[in-house]
Design a protein around this ligand. Structure first.
Ligand code: HEC
Ligand code: HEC
Length: 508
């Protein structure tokens, strides 16, 4: 008997150790709670949209109802494969093809590692580096609205399928991380020092395919934008426009942290379940209004340049097409004339590479990525942190609005209706008065849900729109401008209370 017990304990110990291993059961649930009004806060993604998981698979789970519905399940899995898959040029391999002629990356997961893990701060822009999730941004800094450079696509491409050439040669992109000293000499009130760094990005004229007379890089600025995390995006989509507009009105009444709401965007796509006009709510700059015309739905076309039924044209600029078509080497290699090459590149009627069914499955996956449940909310330190986070003096909740309830009838996926969710964002844009913010100077409040698992999932915690913050403390210390009082409050706290706020942020 005794031996048997020891043996059992040994097996249990191995099972515990195995938690850090590849053998970990992917669907292992932790500390599951009963759903009721009192426990609602543990369910960050609402009763239907939350998974109780805290391991490195926590950002890639389907919402629980997906498993119970065979049709949803198979579509979710098909969508997941599309997200993970590397696309290849036409006729060069099995699976998803149609990559190019020019492209940003070969897959979604290249920029969204572990789905919501975000990339890492890097010193070198290399689209093949799995740590580099950056999107390059080239814009006119001194013109109203900071317009993007129109010689390049909005998401500039640095790769091409030969014989085409990339519009920008990556070796000419330089990223520097510079030290920033704030008005407090980078010191907390208790005398402890901190360090802040920010990026400076430049591109050599010689690495750009256009001549200086055609495109002068000195007239432009370059910035990097990093990924946010994609779980729970269906729930954000399910918040009604009315509630969203109401949040904006509420912020206008108070004298601080008033926020900007996205300008109305016309959703013309016939397959969009929400035709009409919607305020932009997705991306740092609110350039997308609905998920069906959101960053993911667009990326599946413009990151890889793979055509689909309502996008039978390339993501390409006319200037680039003209240049490539006129290139004798490209003509010779393709055995085509300048006119033929140009009309292929700019054609509005290309063959479809990505089927409507694939796209639909992709959207099921996209909508139903679950939010990991909150953890440790009953821990006294976390509770102290919560008290501080919610306090009027800290002011965090002015922008990081804890709770929303989704609309009554979210037609594309009814399970996402009437969910009480905890994303900790007002979805509005604010100016945090950051040094060298790039184009995202007035940036959407990032949802804080689930981010505490980032270290477990990605092995780092780089934060903010360009990943300049290396941990939670630095992220808070970059809050100036509209959030200056929050920074000052945090800076003046004793260490134990600063740690408590971070413990709370890690728990939600
Ligand atoms: C070049 C890197 C890159 C690739 C590749 C990429 N994304 Fe993104 N994605 C970003 C960045 C950067 C953001 C956030 C900033 C923004 O959109 O303003 C983002 C945002 C998103 C968001 C919105 C998150 C939110 O809360 O608003 C979703 C959803 C998304 N991407 C899905 C996808 C899908 C699906 C694919 C593949 C088809 C993909 N992305 C490929 C860089 C990338
Ligand atoms: C005026 C609005 C505002 C206030 C007040 C505010 N924040 Fe933020 N917060 C933002 C915005 C906007 C961002 C995104 C900035 C960026 O990415 O450049 C952000 C980002 C963050 C991030 C990083 C998110 C990530 O993963 O990149 C953390 C952590 C955070 N805030 C915590 C706090 C805490 C704690 C407080 C209170 C002490 C607070 N914030 C007060 C608007 C605000």
């Amino acid at each position: 008997m005794r031996d048997g017990k020891i043996y059992l304990l040994a097996i249990m110990a191995i099972a515990l150790i195995a938690c850090d291993d590849d053998d970990i059961p992917v669907n292992k649930e932790v500390n599951r709670k009963e759903y009721n009004a009192e426990n609602a806060e543990w369910f960050s993604g609402g009763e239907n949209g939350t998974v109780f998981m805290a391991n490195r698979f926590a950002y890639r789970q389907p919402m629980p109802f997906i498993d119970e519905n065979p049709s949803y399940y198979s579509q979710f899995m098909r969508g997941e494969r599309i997200f993970e898959k590397k696309f290849v040029p036409k006729n060069t391999g099995m699976g998803y093809s149609g990559l190019g002629p020019v492209y940003v990356r070969t897959s979604c997961i290249a920029c969204h590692p572990s789905y919501g893990g975000r990339g890492q701060r890097v010193d070198k822009y290399d689209a093949s580096d799995s740590k580099n999730c950056y999107l390059l941004v080239i814009y006119k800094p001194n013109e109203p609205g900071m317009p993007l450079a129109t010689h390049f696509t909005g998401m500039p491409q640095t790769r091409a399928v030969p014989p085409y050439e990339p519009p920008i040669n990556e070796s000419g992109i330089h990223i520097q991380w510079l030290e920033h000293v704030d008005d407090f000499g980078n010191k907390y009130a208790d005398g402890t020092s901190y360090s802040l760094i920010y990026p400076k990005v430049t591109i050599d004229q010689e690495s750009i395919i256009f001549d200086e007379s055609e495109f002068d890089i000195d007239d432009y600025a370059v910035a990097l934008e990093a990924t946010i995390g994609i779980y729970g995006i269906g729930l954000i989509d399910a918040i009604s426009d009315e509630d969203y507009r109401e949040q904006y009105e509420i912020e206008q009444i108070r004298g601080y942290a008033q926020g900007l709401i996205g300008a109305d965007i016309e959703e013309k796509d016939p397959s969009n379940p929400f035709p009409g006009k919607h305020p932009g709510r997705f991306t740092y700059l609110h350039t997308r209004g609905t998920l069906d015309n959101g960053p993911g739905a667009n990326a599946i076309w413009n990151i890889t340049n793979v055509t689909r039924p309502e996008r039978t044209y390339h993501y390409i600029t006319d200037k680039y097409a003209q240049l490539m078509a006129a290139d004798p080497e490209v003509q010779q290699s393709l055995g085509q004339t300048q006119e033929e090459i140009y009309s292929h590149l700019m054609s509005k009627d290309l063959p479809v590479e990505f089927t409507e069914d694939d796209y639909k499955a992709f959207m099921v996956w996209h909508r139903a990525l679950a939010v990991p449940a909150a953890r440790n909310l009953d821990n006294p330190v976390v509770q102290r942190g919560k008290e501080l986070f919610y306090s009027k003096e800290a002011g965090c909740t002015a922008c990081h609005r804890p709770e929303w309830t989704t609309r009554d009838n979210y037609t594309p996926m009814p399970e996402l209706s009437k969910q009480r969710i905890y994303p900790y964002t007002d979805l509005l844009r604010h100016d945090l008065g950051m040094k060298n913010p790039g184009r995202a100077q007035i940036c959407r409040t990032t949802p804080l849900w689930g981010r505490g698992l980032m270290y477990v999932i990605s092995g780092h915690e780089d934060k903010m729109h360009d990943l300049r913050a290396r941990n939670y403390e630095e992220a808070i210390l970059w809050h100036e401008g509209e959030a200056m009082t929050s920074k000052e409050f945090f800076r003046e706290l004793p260490k134990a209370d600063r740690d408590a706020i971070v413990a709370f942020l890690k728990a939600i």
